[in-house]
Design a protein around this ligand. Structure first.
Ligand SMILES: *[C@@H]1O[C@H](CO)[C@@H](O)[C@H](O)[C@H]1NC(C)=O
Length: 292
């Protein structure tokens, strides 16, 4: 007797296998330690970055990417994290580099973390925003993502957008779209500025400070170091038959639901917005048109 295989069952099996393959991508397929590899340790499926009085630590993607989305799940330093900064970011190389930053600023036990985001274009940053979160990020893993396409850079926390840097080239604002970027994370001592404006220092008696990671994902257009800028630009643009999902029309701006989420975050969790800092920017930054 011939065995009949139900095609629906086949596709269901494939779906579950394919999905689990994607979500279980191992750290070392995408990333490698970049700094103090003895402070970068695996415990089961969880990667830990440690900071003590000798050193901080960090990891970086093996490749660089032009557009796409990266997500990691992070559980931040528990208890006393004052003076520490844990960063998750994308960056290109060189003096005119682009950079998209999440910086988690620690605090004394029981006091809330803040999340600072920043965007550098052609080497120029000074676009800090600071938020509180609607949960304690040291209690559990939460997903932090950066989506980047021709139209926008979106910072997301558990899929809720907390910041959008839109392409405003039509208003003369430079937009990052020409340099492949790597994905990075690190933990270091920043007690000169991080916690309560630098007033609270790192208490080394509480070291090591440990940030935990899992769920590493990068879904982007891979740009190996051996390819030229022109080749990358061609390879990573959606033309003709080839369409990257992040170039679909619906990815060029937030959905209505997402814009409501963003409005809620800004109304309830904003601590600092460079766009409204008149003493620092007497001349209104052009990209801030809607916020003063
Ligand atoms: C730390 O806690 C204080 C007091 O609740 C708060 O004002 C501050 O924004 C928190 N975050 C940082 C990074 O200092």
């Amino acid at each position: 007797m011939k065995m009949e295989i139900n095609p629906l069952l086949m596709s269901l099996m494939c779906m579950s296998i394919c999905v689990s393959l994607v979500s279980s991508v191992r750290f070392d397929e995408l990333f490698q330690p970049s700094w103090a590899s003895d402070h970068v340790v695996f415990e089961g499926e969880v990667l830990k970055l440690k900071l003590d009085s000798y050193s901080g630590s960090g990891f970086e993607s093996k490749s660089k990417y032009l557009f796409g989305r990266t997500t990691v799940q992070i559980k931040l330093v528990q208890g006393d994290s004052a003076g520490t900064v844990t960063a998750f970011y994308m960056s290109s190389d060189g003096p005119k580099h682009h950079e998209f930053d999440f910086e988690f600023l620690g605090n004394t036990t029981g006091e809330p973390y803040s999340v600072q985001t920043n965007v550098y274009v052609n080497g120029v940053g000074n676009r800090e925003e600071r938020l509180s979160l609607w949960f304690d990020p040291s209690q559990d893993f939460h997903a932090y993502s950066i989506l980047w396409n021709q139209h926008q850079v979106v910072f997301m926390v558990d899929q809720t957008p907390i910041r959008v840097f839109s392409n405003k080239e039509h208003k003369g604002v430079a937009y990052p779209k020409d340099q492949p970027m790597g994905v990075y994370s690190s933990i270091w001592n920043a007690d000169d500025w991080a916690t309560q404006g630098g007033r609270v220092k790192t208490n080394w008696a509480h070291a090591p400070f440990v940030a935990s990671y899992k769920g590493f994902e990068i879904d982007g257009c891979d740009c190996p170091v051996t390819t030229t800028a022109v080749e990358n630009a061609v390879k990573c643009s959606s033309t003709g038959e080839r369409k990257y999902w992040w170039d679909e029309p619906m990815m060029s701006e937030l959905s209505l639901h997402q814009s409501h989420q963003l409005m809620w975050v800004r109304a309830n969790h904003m601590i600092y917005d460079y766009c409204t800092d008149v003493s620092r920017f007497p001349v209104f930054p052009v990209e801030c048109d809607h916020r003063r």
